[in-house]
Design a protein around this ligand. Structure first.
Ligand code: CNA
Length: 257
């Protein structure tokens, strides 16, 4: 399970880190309160703040870091059952984790839907407008086209409910870079069997890790440092670096560590 904290080392701000988090930096958008940026009623009134934020988070502006590549390595080694992410920056896909191994619980910028006639679009079709600061409009009905990001009160994607079969099967749960404050996602951490070890790699203890199950392990501090320690203990350091180098060769700029 992952959250915004795995992408801060790639330069994507999270929501809640004091000072650098997006919620502390929303003054420029003149919102009545920070969460309004992800509320449908506010979006229908004024979609501009959401699209300013979208410009920052849009896939393609950032590169995956060691944490994303680690999950890709787990998949390559057939150790990954599924990755549940709250992130909407697309860095998991960019790291080469196949979409069928992912549950993007809070949606994705990869696709978009017209809020008026419900016509569907590819996220890439919206990119030029989003990057120029223009609100994307449906060519057919002129309605505002909204990326398929889950707003407060909206239903989670159907794939999210795959957790009902995934979590009871897991024999290890790794949780990285999340405040575990957003439900129902946060509750998933409690859905593995009681005997299953859970590893939290995060700056601070969060959610159900504060009440600690006997087999919980907390690796507190920077997520990249924590993943590096784990990878070293597994003896996978060279393999991970080889994978990252191969990814960097494909990408136009160097992969961030
Ligand atoms: P959050 O509530 O902002 O929490 C982030 C957590 O990660 C906090 O506990 C931080 O202390 C921790 N953290 C941040 N950076 C690091 C680091 N370098 N090393 C270790 N720990 C770190 O974010 P959540 O994901 O928990 O909240 C859920 C929201 C955030 C979802 O709805 C997302 O869509 C949304 N979000 C996503 C992105 C993204 O896609 N990258 C960015 C910002 C917000």
């Amino acid at each position: 399970m992952a959250g915004a904290g795995i992408s801060t080392p790639s330069g994507v701000p999270d929501f809640r880190s004091p000072g650098s988090g997006l919620y502390d930096n929303l003054q420029q958008y003149e919102l009545p309160y920070a969460e309004a940026v992800f509320e449908l009623s506010f979006f229908h009134q004024n979609p501009r703040p959401f699209f300013s934020l979208a410009k920052e988070l849009y896939p393609g502006n950032h590169r995956p870091n060691l944490s994303h590549h680690f999950v890709r390595l787990l998949h390559t080694k057939r150790q990954l059952l599924r990755m549940y992410t709250q992130n909407i920056d697309g860095l998991e896909r960019q790291a080469g984790i196949p979409p069928e191994m992912l549950v993007e619980a809070h949606g994705t910028f990869a696709t978009a839907t017209c809020t008026s006639c419900l016509r569907e679009y590819e996220g890439e079709e919206l990119r030029p407008d989003v990057m120029r600061g223009v609100i994307p409009k449906c060519p057919t009905c002129k309605g505002v086209v909204k990326p398929d990001i889950v707003f407060f009160g909206e239903e989670l994607p159907r794939r999210f409910f795959q957790y009902l079969t995934d979590f009871p099967q897991a024999d290890l749960l790794i949780v990285m870079g999340t405040s575990l404050e957003v439900e129902p996602f946060a509750g998933l951490a409690g859905s593995v069997r009681g005997s299953v070890p859970r590893l939290l790699i995060n700056r601070d203890p969060v959610g159900s890790f504060c009440g600690r199950r006997p087999r919980d392990v907390l690796l507190l501090g920077d997520v990249v440092a924590g993943v590096r320690t784990l990878v070293h203990a597994l003896g996978w350091t060279q393999e991970l670096h080889a994978l990252m180098e191969a990814a960097a060769e494909k990408a136009p700029t160097k992969t961030e560590e």
